[in-house]
Design a protein around this ligand. Structure first.
Ligand code: TTP
Ligand code: MG
Length: 452
């Protein structure tokens, strides 16, 4: 391909009208919002068992060095004062919906990238002439509705908008005007560029390429020889700020799965279980190809008389563990109450999530596990009901008859340590409750709504 043609290509926009929004320390910020005693304090959210992994750390814990994807035991050692909490996906989803709905008032073209992150095309809305004012306004409205800080970057391309919101964090708003683009891009480390992973960064390091400016000095053929044809062309373009990707309401996959119609109807527990295994194998292959994990597993059963049933099992957190997903598939199939011959079986994974790594694999954990904590992943969904030592996870919502709502700190035997506080109360001290005299109910999170 001709480098000149590449360098000229697709400078589609002339104005900085691509907006990228990303909530700051999202899961931890929601926890601090819902748990007043944790505001301003270090918080770690993630797997709380011996092999747990950090999903996110509040900025207070990041100052001590804690990071996403670090083992929880290491993060605890770095930030010993941190509150360690089990994720509450229901709460995060509700806050996410509110953020996305508020972004939707800027333009009908909103492309969510993850639970707390989206691109917005301001050209498709009424604010293309004053993106900075629109961004300031939407940040203020999100803060008013949710008390969360959302960092925003604005640029001529997705690349610049995303890098600008990263550069502005935390609680930032950065507009990179087209004339200032090179001043912004050239000093950035190549590692900061989305799409340049550790392997590519290491290959570039061998060429002494550390910044975008270094990258821009490399001829196209050197780049394609180093990282391959298509990545090389990509790097060549990114180094010049060329990124023609439009903001698109993406056809993001909502589920992956497999199903099978049998040549002859099957019946009997063993045959059906074996069939569930085979269909699950295929569904798992597709999930692996898609990447990430899933929180909900659905079994679909069509009987000989063509009646069709679906049953689902929702896990406490997204999982990419084949054994856990398989167990859920069997559980969902059993829940369909198969007593008749089966014509078709399907297994599909829903609530897909790129972030499924809440526990470390056994073999690459050099931290000593702390053995006093229960393991994370229940093989059944966390049922709401009476709080016990078995179903307790730090951070879950509880309610007492007269003392009101609060959350679990920990449970030892029949002694529960809890804080009776919620989003609108003053911070509460932790107190010990005897579950035999004062039973506590596990309850779903109080979730914010648009008209709250
Ligand atoms: P991020 O936006 O990457 O991180 P963040 O919002 O916690 O912090 P910041 O944007 O201020 O740097 O991810 C959003 C949420 O996704 C995060 O709060 C928790 C979850 N997550 C994981 O579960 N595992 C991960 O490895 C990452 C990076 C995020
Ligand atoms: Mg974020």
């Amino acid at each position: 391909m001709d480098p000149v043609q590449l360098a000229d290509a697709s400078r589609l926009r002339t104005r900085a009208t691509v907006l990228h929004a990303d909530a700051d320390s999202f899961f931890a910020a929601v926890e601090q919002r819902d748990k007043p005693s944790l505001r301003g304090r270090p918080v770690l959210v993630g797997g709380t068992g011996p092999r747990g992994v950090v999903s996110t750390a509040s900025y207070e814990a990041r100052r001590a060095g804690a990071r996403s994807a670090m083992s929880m035991s290491r993060a605890r050692r770095l930030s010993p004062a941190a509150a360690v909490l089990f994720p509450r996906f229901e709460a995060y989803s509700a806050y996410s919906r509110l953020i996305m709905a508020t972004l939707g008032t800027l333009s009908e073209l909103v492309e969510p990238l993850s639970i707390d992150e989206a691109f917005v095309d301001l050209e498709a809305g009424p604010f293309a002439d004053d993106p900075a004012a629109a961004a300031a306004d939407v940040r203020a409205r999100i803060r008013e509705l949710t008390a969360l800080a959302v960092s925003i970057g604005i640029g001529r391309t997705k690349l610049v908008a995303k890098l600008a919101s990263d550069a502005g964090k935390p609680d930032g708003l950065l507009v990179v005007e087209p004339a200032a683009e090179d001043d912004f891009l050239l000093p950035l480390p190549v590692r900061a560029v989305p799409g340049i992973g550790p392997a590519t960064a290491a290959a570039l390091e061998r060429l002494d390429v550390r910044t975008v400016a270094d990258l821009r000095r490399q001829p196209l053929d050197i780049l394609t020889m180093t990282v391959g044809e298509s990545s090389g062309v990509n790097l060549f373009r990114l180094a010049r700020g060329i990124d023609p990707r439009p903001v698109a309401v993406s056809g993001e996959r909502k589920s992956v799965g497999a199903e099978r119609t049998f040549a002859q109807d099957i019946f009997g527990t063993d045959l059906i279980a074996a069939a569930v295994d085979r269909v699950t194998d295929e569904a798992l292959r597709r999930l692996t190809a898609h990447g990430g994990g899933a929180r909900t597993v659905v079994a679909k059963v069509r009987f000989a008389d063509f009646t069709t049933l679906t049953r689902s099992v929702t896990l406490a957190q997204p999982s990419a563990e084949p054994a856990e997903l398989r167990a859920a598939a069997h559980q969902a199939a059993r829940a369909a109450g198969i007593s008749d011959s089966v014509r078709l079986l399907g297994v599909s994974f829903h609530n897909l999530s790129p972030h499924a790594q809440l526990t470390l694999p056994w073999d690459d954990d050099d931290d000593e596990p702390s053995l006093d904590v229960a393991d994370d992943v229940p093989d059944v969904p966390l049922a709401l009901g009476l709080l016990t030592e078995e179903n307790a996870r730090p951070g879950l919502d509880i309610e007492h008859d007269t003392l009101g709502r609060g959350w679990v700190v920990h449970v030892r035997g029949r002694q529960a340590t809890v804080r009776f506080e919620s989003v609108d109360t003053p911070p509460a001290r932790s107190q010990v409750v005897d579950l035999d005299t004062d039973p506590l109910l596990l309850v779903p999170p109080l979730t914010p709504t648009l008209d709250a």
